[in-house]
Design a protein around this ligand. Structure first.
Ligand code: NPW
Ligand code: K
Length: 495
């Protein structure tokens, strides 16, 4: 599992080490210089003779960068530090100067031509403008520097120091211009912005330099990896029968959108549920695609409702209402056309699966007037958290990186899917996969309010991995994603 901690938690964890005289900045700079050297060797075959530009801000993030620059000069790298602030880390600057690094000032308008020339000639740029002390985004000379590097051709390698400067460290927002990095070298522990969208998309590959930090409490956001998902997946024992494995009720599709029913059921069947019961007008199409499905009412352990349920389909909406009225005792995945039928408050084993536009509509309907899809996309965590707080539900917000907020505010962020997965019907399959997980672990999901969020993250992960597996590197149809789920699950649980 990848874990992350807030800026405050990082500072608290650093305190005892700093008090004991542990040279954290020295360790951070040493690790940073090593990773930069490795990246240079990979990009150009050798380190010696490379040209590096350091973007140096006012705090310790700039200090790390200056110290790393001093180490790189000793490896034959020509280092130019560009100071974006009148005051920078004094020890760091002294170390770089002693190592014969060159120093330019972006704060002095007259030297800008030299800065531009250095940036254009650089093989690598280290972004040390702001770290965990940054607030409100890069501005002034620092913003100009970010523009210069972003415009440089050929593009230098960009290495973010601790975090890409100007991200909301704790909430994953981008606070104005952010330099997209190829590599982020982070110190001690990951920060939430390295897992959460949209900031995480600016981080590139993330490597962690161990500082021996031991942060207290629960991580601020986590990302499940294969072994975590394997632990969560319900695997039938020898004596299992179909009812014990879980029956999932699916209220999806309509005469107008039968495909959503077929795909929702496909996700559930392929994820390994004991049985699927389908309710709705798309029975013939569902049976044609999945003869193992039972059409009609009966006992179930969990539900998926809403995918492809049209606003004017009164019969299907009535079934959704019936299911939601029983949600106190049965896990329910609430998708698309069922989101507007959600009761005022629900337990955490009710999992909403909106995309950004649907989440905006849900929030607007609950008093957050004027929230738009763009607002949600700019701050996915804040809006998913708001929806959780307003409804009590576990909220899975779909996106290139899927954010889940569950009981107690626990946050998962999964970035397992190829961009090709942004395709019609993919969300219906995800709902089915998640429904299968909730049906398989229905009792646990009702008694342990933390579990639905973990299962939602696990479903998102498997859905993303299945999209990769269906057609590595190329386009995928939603039905093919469902088709790849059994193979992905087999590899997971047999590893
Ligand atoms: N702590 C440790 O032991 C270790 C820390 N390490 C490193 O330190 C980094 C954290 O360092 P940091 O606390 O100095 O914060 P950092 O982000 O460099 O800058 C804060 C300065 O910027 C200013 N400022 C804020 N926003 C601004 C803006 N928008 N535009 C312009 N200025 C702005 C702010 O001013 P203030 O708001 O306080 O007035 C303050 O002067 C951390 O990310 C890691 O790299 C490692 O070495 C490991 C050990
Ligand atoms: K930085």
């Amino acid at each position: 599992m990848l874990t992350s901690w807030t800026a405050d938690a990082v500072r608290a964890a650093e305190e005892p080490l700093l008090a004991a005289g542990v040279p954290l900045m020295g360790r951070a700079a040493f690790g940073l210089a090593g990773h930069v050297a490795r990246a240079l060797r990979e990009a150009r075959g050798r380190v010696r003779g490379a040209r590096a530009v350091l973007l140096v801000g006012p705090g310790n993030n700039g200090g790390d960068t200056l110290h790393a620059g001093a180490l790189l000069t000793r490896r034959g790298v020509a280092v130019t530090a560009v100071l974006a602030s009148p005051r920078v880390h004094a020890d760091g600057l002294a170390a770089l100067t002693a190592a014969h690094g060159r120093v330019l000032r972006a704060t002095d308008g007259t030297g800008r031509a030299d800065v531009t020339a250095a940036v254009r000639a650089a093989h690598v740029v280290l972004d040390g403008l702001l770290g965990i002390g940054g607030r409100g985004g890069v501005r002034g000379p620092a913003a100009w520097l970010v523009e210069e590097v972003a415009a440089a051709q050929p593009r230098p390698l960009v290495v973010a120091v601790d975090v890409p400067s100007g991200v909301g460290v704790d909430d994953g927002t981008r606070q104005g211009a952010v330099l997209d990095a190829d590599l982020t070298v982070t110190f001690g522990v990951r920060k939430p912005a390295l897992l959460l969208p949209p900031a995480a998309h600016a981080a590139g590959r993330v490597v962690l330099v161990d500082l021996g930090l031991d942060p207290a409490g629960a991580p601020a956001a986590v990302r499940l990896e294969a072994e975590d998902v394997a632990t969560l997946w319900p695997v039938p024992g020898r004596a299992a029968h179909k009812y014990a494995r879980g029956v999932l009720g699916v209220v999806a599709g309509s005469a107008r959108y039968p495909g959503a029913a077929v795909l929702s059921v496909a996700g559930a069947v392929r994820a390994g549920v004991g049985m699927v019961r389908y309710l709705g007008a798309a029975g013939p199409q569902v049976l044609a695609a999945h003869p193992e499905v039972v059409v009609g009412d009966g006992r179930v352990q969990a539900w998926v409702v809403g995918s492809g349920v049209a606003p004017d389909d009164d019969a299907q909406r009535e079934r959704v209402r019936d299911v939601l009225a029983r949600a106190a005792h049965e896990p329910v995945v609430v998708d698309a056309g069922a989101l507007d039928l959600l009761p005022e408050r629900v337990p955490a084993h009710v999992v909403l699966t909106p995309h950004a536009g649907e989440l905006a509509a849900l929030l607007a309907a609950r008093g957050a007037a004027g929230v738009t899809r763009e607002d949600v996309e700019a701050a996915p965590l804040a809006h998913a958290r708001r929806a959780h707080e307003l409804t009590g539900a576990t909220v899975l917000l779909k996106g290139a990186t899927t954010v889940v907020v569950g009981h107690g505010g626990a946050v998962h962020a999964q970035a397992d899917a190829p961009a090709w997965l942004a395709t019609a019907g993919a969300g219906d399959v995800l709902g089915g996969v998640l429904g299968a997980l909730l049906a398989g672990r229905a009792r646990d999901a009702v008694t342990d309010p933390m579990l639905p969020a973990a299962l939602a993250a696990a479903a998102a992960a498997v859905h993303g991995w299945a999209a990769h597996a269906a057609n590595p590197g190329g386009p995928v149809a939603a039905a093919d994603v469902a088709g790849a789920v059994p193979g992905v699950v087999a590899r997971l649980v047999s590893a």
